[in-house]
Design a protein around this ligand. Sequence first.
Ligand code: ADP
Ligand code: MG
Length: 674
Amino acid sequence: MGIFTFEDLLNYYPLRYIDRTKIEKIASINPQTDYIQVAGKITEIETLGERKAKRMIATLEDETGVVELTWFQGIQWIQKTLQEGNQYLVYGKTGFFNGRPQIMHPEIELFTSELKNGKSFLEPVYPTTEKLKAKGLNARQLAKLTGALFTLVSSKDIIENIPDEILQKLSLIKRYDALTAIHFPKNQHDFEKALHRLKFEEFFLAQVRMGMIRSKRHRKSKGVLFEKVGELFNSFYKNYLPFELTNAQKRVIKEIRTDTAKPHQMNRLLQGDVGSGKTIVALLVMLIAADNGYQSCMMAPTEILAQQHYNSLKNLLKDMPAGIALLTGSTKQAERKLILQDLKKGNIHILVGTHAVIEEVVQFNNLGLVVIDEQHRFGVAQRAKLWEKAETPPHVLVMTATPIPRTLAMTAYGDLDYSVINELPPGRQPIITVHRFETKRASVMDFVRVEIEKGRQVFFVYPLIEESEKMSYENLMQGYEQVKSFFPEHRYSISMIHGKMPAEQKDINMQRFKSGDTQILVGTTVIEVGIDVPNASVMVIESAEKFGLSQLHQLRGRVGRGSDKSYCILLSPYKLNNEAKERLKIMCATNDGFKIAEKDLEIRGPGEIEGTKQSGMLNFRLASLVNDKDLLDAAKFYSELILNEDEGLLQIKNDGLKTYLLSQKGKTAWSKIS
Ligand code: ADP
Ligand code: MG
């Protein structure tokens, strides 16, 4: 159970509590009853069976009925302690045997007058396993161990890890008192105070740790200085910016500008829903870099996306005197050589490319900024490679269209700087999302046909079947045949992409769709995030119930990029479990990626959210990212307050906190993320 030390035991909290004064009537036991506490007289004890089949049954009676208490083990011992005619207090899990209520291996004790007249008190029930129970370490036993431990521990043994000031401001109880009360609460109120304090503590410690990592980086790292906003930025802003920036875009640029005007490395995560306009933000920052004599490099996960970025940046820059180049796996040898030379000389201000290519071969003259698009799982090693290229590490801006709920970002990425574009450019048409059962496929296809007749293009997406690549493939092929049966090839052209396809073939097929050569694209989820096909107006998602919320949202973002009304059709079988129903309902109700991410967190819990699983840092035992947002905000506020004043936790009032953090070093996986 992960308990190795006394401290571990102190930190092993009960699952629930039994009120020892709350006694139920035996007649109230029914098949829905789980655990129950009853009291009564034992009227009969009998032992049945031989050897291994031996069991002991005691009949317990109160004024409302009888229940059988059954033991299979420890019979000899229990026989000695039970006496017919005596009153007992019994607690345990109920069941039915031959229609009669029964409690197997109950907790049982003499119902003394002391117990009868006892004040209300809550007894802890600890989580344990069947295996441990069989070895005698049941919930009761754990309670005894914990109880014994508390007789040995006093308040001075328990480091208080929250500074006094904060305890007072938030009316939190002391750590020692909280630990005592979480194990042995005197009453409900006592328990709640303890819970509140310990939840805050979890968040607070996490925030302090993150804050220290962040401020250490801010303090210690070297970084290139973008001192000024110069000619390139200003003339682009004045003469070439094709639209008014949204307020969110302006705010984010300001945030980045502030960061990069300090001589420390920026490490910033920029989140913005699909279509929120991250590219232009990246461009403006790259122009600032160029104004200060630094090169930028923008990396995309795939060749198509790199190409797309290059084209749109080039379009935006028009005849501006900024050198821009594209470097991918398919760049011709001669051209590659030229690009590499120009880079080294510093003639190229902005290099766009795929991750792999840029990492391997490129020598910059003076790289000042790296923009990584569509990725929120940070390859630490990847970034380290880039830093090696420059004496002073370049600023890093990671952009992602996978919204992360605020609470999760605060905890999982709390050591990074973090910006959000929470506003779409004006005039966007919301994508209309509907849910249809597969039985209505024919009418869905009719609708799709009308769209194609209007000159639009359509995606059909099939789920990846996790257990088997082969099944996914077959599933996709069936889907392909089905689509073909509705859209015969002499009139319609279809391209297909899937994971097994060689990358080149995938690119070719994708490109054909992008250029309008084919009207329909059938594929698995390998259809890239961020792919821009403005003419595509319908996204049909087959077996939509098999996709997670954020994935559905990502897929939906492939349409709605042009001026036409766009649609997302979620197909599913008629029979759905509640969770799937809920997901599809949310998708139909909102286009807001952040709302969807919040829901995703509520439904699945933080452990399952992409990119955070491996971090092991969201294992709050009591606090919840969904239900305790206010506490998290408070924890963030106070951790910042403390660190702003005393970054190294050197002041006496922060001594307890520091000692505690040091004592926990190596126990959590904080270092795994960066
Ligand atoms: P994403 O955040 O998904 O990468 P893009 O940067 O590709 O989004 O922008 C999506 C589209 O919105 C592009 O066509 C871009 O030109 C346009 N756009 C971006 N910002 C604005 C704005 N402030 N006003 C109008 N259109 C904008
Ligand atoms: Mg983008």
